[in-house]
Write a protein that binds this ligand. Structure first.
Ligand code: NFS
Ligand code: SF4
Length: 627
């Protein structure tokens, strides 16, 4: 077993940038140079531009804005706005899924692929399921889920999944999320000129708004995606640019919402389409993915992952991409001009994410099949426009086993501590592995990559060290793709583990880094820790489990961080969330919030120290439990 190193990936990128140079293409590697050094005021979070008396920048000589707001108010408001952006984004994605559920029909484009899960959620929500037509139930659940976004009273229905202790903490701290949209609105109201400037109030709302994402909108996204497209089960796939096939029509799906990517995969599988591709001179059609939508179709269909966030331009630079089809979020506007340097069609599909230099084919649940066909055909017909001398696909890919939903983890690890026992259907065997010390703990590795950190390096190095120390890793988003590209999701990577984790990997037949899905699927991790807490009789904050986003970049990542911390999980960041300008906000996030939710943030830009601090925290938690 041989890993792919970051050096090898960088060499491949450099080779692709040479192709880019031939056609005059720009790339993030060059734009970073133009933007460095970054604005210090922005970096520290001390610039306020929420009213037109400003912008006001706080310095020792000018300690207050024109309205009199101090640095803590400004940094806190900026932090809350950042959170609101992320929560809105994930939650709106979740809303689209709830809407798609309403379009499910036995003879339509969208079906109910996991009726048992739909029934399970309906029961949780107190909805009558006995003798119901499954599509009738789906439509009622779609309406109920959509009303979670704007209901007048009460708190998120999903909170009941958390251990009682966690629910009590949320209640006592005044951070139980109400209607999903309300928390975003409330955040934007609080951050308006002349509303909140008290650090504590701003951070409480940051946690609440985060919770409305993880225990609201994102959970809707994950759960109803499973209902529609199937709950992920372990499945083999491949990762890195080498999954693109030179002789085939290459369609790359990029973005987040599986409503689009699932349909593209469905249509590209149609023998008629494959025949059409052959007619146009290709051998077949290859779909691969970038970013979270790639995670979605990898987990459910084994569609290969071409790469993560900072690899999106590389896909076009191969010269072999007929179409890059996007929906929402994390899409570089750079893809417009870049695609013009090649034959690639840059196809935008969502009114939410419209970009210059793209072909816009609006996609909606009602017209899904028809639009997906139009998109796939456009790609096929573009094959003939390739410039063969520009085609270079790096011969670089790794095997990966993905698809570890909570349901799959429970099933796979059941009985692993004692092959004689009956299946428990719970996380108890995993609890046993942890309490006995065979596994020391778990780390949830999540988030993006970011040029501020050597891309993918932190993800990969951290994971290697963690598994060598018998700490199992669950991963999502672009972190999961970093792992897959490196080979850490190949079952053979067990050889990099400590003896305990290696044994578990062998017994359960799993890789040491488990792919739990996209970023909205971090809600799966919340369900998993809740189950672990209930099955062990411990509070979530007592479990030897931490979260980590070493290379995060997006507003969504801050929203996630807030709900992970608010759920009782210490969270480690490798990039500062623009709060270093305020001692009070920094103190609250790195320590103060512990009084409310029993967890807090650690920011550590030195990657070696970051991993050591996580291991230390895990061992502290073990010591406190006497295990
Ligand atoms: Ni998450 Fe997914 Fe990737 Fe970061 Fe973007 S794709 S929602 S935000 S960059 S991990
Ligand atoms: Fe300046 Fe206050 Fe306006 Fe912000 S709200 S820009 S600190 S005057």
């Amino acid at each position: 077993f041989k890993m792919t190193t970051v050096e090898e990936m960088e060499a491949a990128t450099n080779r692709l940038l040479e192709t880019g140079a031939k056609v005059g293409a720009d790339a993030w590697q060059f734009r970073v140079k133009n933007q460095t050094p970054h604005c210090k005021f922005g970096e520290q979070g001390v610039c306020c531009r929420i009213c037109s008396m400003g912008p006001c920048r706080i310095t020792p000589k000018a300690p207050r804005g024109i309205c009199g707001c101090d640095v803590h108010g400004i940094v806190g408001r900026n932090y809350l706005k950042f959170t609101a952006g992320g929560a809105a984004t994930h939650s709106d994605h979740g809303r689209e899924i709830c809407n798609t559920l309403g379009h499910a029909a036995p003879d339509g484009a969208y079906k109910v692929k996991d009726p048992a899960k739909l029934i399970r959620i309906a029961k949780e929500w107190g909805v009558e399921t006995e003798g119901r037509d499954i599509y009738d139930l789906a439509h009622e659940m779609s309406e109920l889920a959509l009303s979670e976004y704007g209901k007048n009273h009460g708190v998120s229905r999903w909170l009941k999944r958390a251990p009682q202790h966690t629910q009590d903490l949320w209640h006592n701290a005044g951070i139980e999320p109400r209607a999903i949209d309300r928390e975003v609105s409330c955040a934007l109201h609080m951050t308006h000129m002349g509303c909140s400037s008290k650090p504590e109030a701003l951070i409480r709302q940051s946690l609440r708004n985060g919770l409305s994402d993880g225990w609201g909108g994102s959970m809707c996204g994950t759960e109803f995606s499973d209902v529609l497209f199937g709950t992920p089960k372990p499945i083999d796939t491949e990762a890195n640019l080498g999954v693109m096939v030179a002789e085939n029509v290459n369609i790359v799906v990029h973005g987040h919402d599986p409503s689009l990517s699932e349909m593209i995969c469905e249509v590209a599988d149609d023998p008629e389409m494959i025949a059409y591709a052959k007619e146009m001179g290709a051998k077949g059609i290859t779909i691969s993915g970038v970013c979270c939508t790639s995670n979605e179709v990898a987990m459910r269909r084994g569609i290969p992952m071409a790469g993560n966030f900072l690899q999106q331009e590389n896909v076009v630079l191969t010269g072999a991409c007929e179409a890059i089809v996007v929906d929402v979020q994390c899409i570089f506007p750079a893809l417009g001009p870049l695609s013009k340097c090649f034959h690639t069609k840059f196809i935008t599909t969502s009114p939410i994410a419209q970009m210059p230099d793209s072909d816009y084919i609006e996609f909606s649940a009602g017209t899904a099949l028809e639009k997906a066909k139009e998109i796939v055909k456009t790609a096929i017909e573009n094959f003939k426009n390739r410039k063969p001398d520009l085609v270079y696909i790096p011969d670089m890919k790794q095997k990966a086993t993905v698809g570890y939903s909570v349901e799959a983890i429970v099933k796979t690890l059941d009985g692993v501590t004692n092959s004689q026992v009956d299946k428990t259907g719970t996380t108890k065997p995993l609890v046993d592995c942890i309490t006995s010390g065979v596994i020391r703990g778990a780390v949830a590795m999540v988030g993006c990559n970011n040029p501020k950190i050597r891309p993918d390096y932190a993800h990969i190095e951290l994971m290697k060290k963690l598994i060598a120390n018998d700490i199992i890793v669950v991963a999502s988003g672009c972190s999961a793709q970093a792992a897959a590209k490196a080979g850490l999701m190949d079952k053979a990577a067990k050889d990099l583990c400590g003896a305990g984790l290696k044994r578990v990997c062998e017994l359960a037949d799993i890789p040491p880094v488990l792919h739990m899905g996209s970023c909205v699927d971090i809600s799966r991790m919340m369900v998993l820790v809740s189950e672990l807490a209930k099955d062990s009789g411990l509070n979530i904050s007592q479990l030897p489990v931490v979260g980590c986003a070493p290379e995060w970049m997006s507003e969504k990542a801050v929203s996630i961080g807030n709900y992970v911390v608010a759920t009782g999980i210490d969270t480690f960041l490798g990039v500062d969330p623009y709060v270093s300008g305020s001692t009070e906000i920094t103190e609250l996030l790195t320590s103060g919030v512990k009084d409310w939710v029993e967890a807090s943030y650690t920011v550590e830009k030195d990657i070696d120290k970051l991993v050591d601090k996580m291991i230390e925290r895990i061992e502290e938690k073990r010591t406190a439990l006497g295990i």
